[in-house]
Design a binder for this molecule. Structure first.
Ligand code: PTJ
Length: 268
């Protein structure tokens, strides 16, 4: 099936281009069919937050950067949606922080693992863990295919970044004593609530900001990251995202004239 090209003057051109990219990757066997549904859910929450990186998200990004650069064995876990939306950005993050990249899929198949690895390598990755027999270790207490991990990657990691995740694994990883960083537009999701640090933002916006912040913190030395982590409270940060959505909807409800998201980006 061929996709219609997106008219550049369409008011939601960027959003449509992102959708087309995901559909393309779906047809290539990279994105799972459920990944398209997951994207729609993410879009809905992005609307509620004004499609921009919020204050609470920026604070979570700073804490996440601090956690990654002070980790001994940080790992970035990637799935179909993540490579479709942010392959180059994930590779850059890995290069700046030294975090290893591991493929970890809910709908696991060797074809998908290989296709994802190929995209990451095309984006500049020199190493991709967790493909095929390399995912020989198991996360205890986890029933899904996500339990299969690389013994050199997620199994021994102290910090794991899990963008676009389903909640069970986050919970299991936290139980294993790991610090888990989630990127999830839905602040109500299990993942968002179970993670150690939750970045409530679009992976497309959050990943380059995370890389930039990690680079800046690295230059400042290690004391500052430790302070940032000590002062970060994930529950409080999530509550700020809820409050922000609440305030935004109240403000929109009070608007007398009709306005759309495109002509009125509310500054909250
Ligand atoms: O590639 P696989 O086989 O590992 O499968 C991946 C999916 C995404 C299908 C799987 O992990 C899944 O079912 O995830 P969920 O439970 O639907 O959760 C995905 C979460 O990501 C939802 O809470 C969405 O709101 C959120 N989300 C979707 N798009 C984005 C996002 N968060 C950040 N940025 C996005 N672009």
């Amino acid at each position: 099936m061929t996709s219609p090209s997106v008219p550049p003057d369409h008011p939601r051109a960027e959003s449509l281009r992102v959708r087309e990219k995901l559909i393309e990757r779906y047809h290539e066997g990279v994105v799972a069919s459920a990944g398209l549904i997951a994207h729609g859910r993410g879009e809905a929450f992005d609307y509620l937050m004004g499609e921009k990186t919020t204050g609470p998200a920026l604070r979570a990004i700073e804490a996440a950067a601090a956690a990654i650069i002070t980790a001994k064995k940080p790992v970035i876990s990637v799935n179909g949606n993540v490579v479709a939306l942010a392959a180059e950005d994930v590779v850059k993050l890995s290069q700046v922080t030294g975090a290893r990249i591991e493929v970890n899929l809910y709908y696991r198949s060797l074809e998908r693992e290989r296709a994802i690895k190929k995209i990451l390598e095309r984006a500049g990755a020199s190493e991709v863990l967790g493909v095929g027999k390399d995912a020989s270790a198991r996360i205890p207490e986890l029933g899904s295919e996500r339990r299969r991990v690389d013994p050199h990657g997620i199994l021994v990691a102290d910090v794991v970044l899990v963008p676009l995740e389903d909640g069970d694994r986050t919970e299991a990883l936290v139980k294993m004593g790991k610090r888990v960083i989630a990127v999830d537009l839905n602040p109500l999701s299990r993942t968002a609530r179970k993670a150690s640090i939750t970045i409530v933002d679009n992976i497309i916006r959050a990943t380059p900001k995370l890389t930039k912040t990690a680079g800046i913190l690295r230059k400042q030395g290690r004391k500052n990251p430790a302070d940032i982590l000590r002062n970060f409270d994930n529950k409080k940060n999530l509550a700020e995202s809820f409050a922000l959505i609440h305030r935004r909807l109240l403000k929109l409800a009070k608007e007398k004239k009709h306005s759309t998201l495109e002509d009125e980006k509310l500054d909250l």
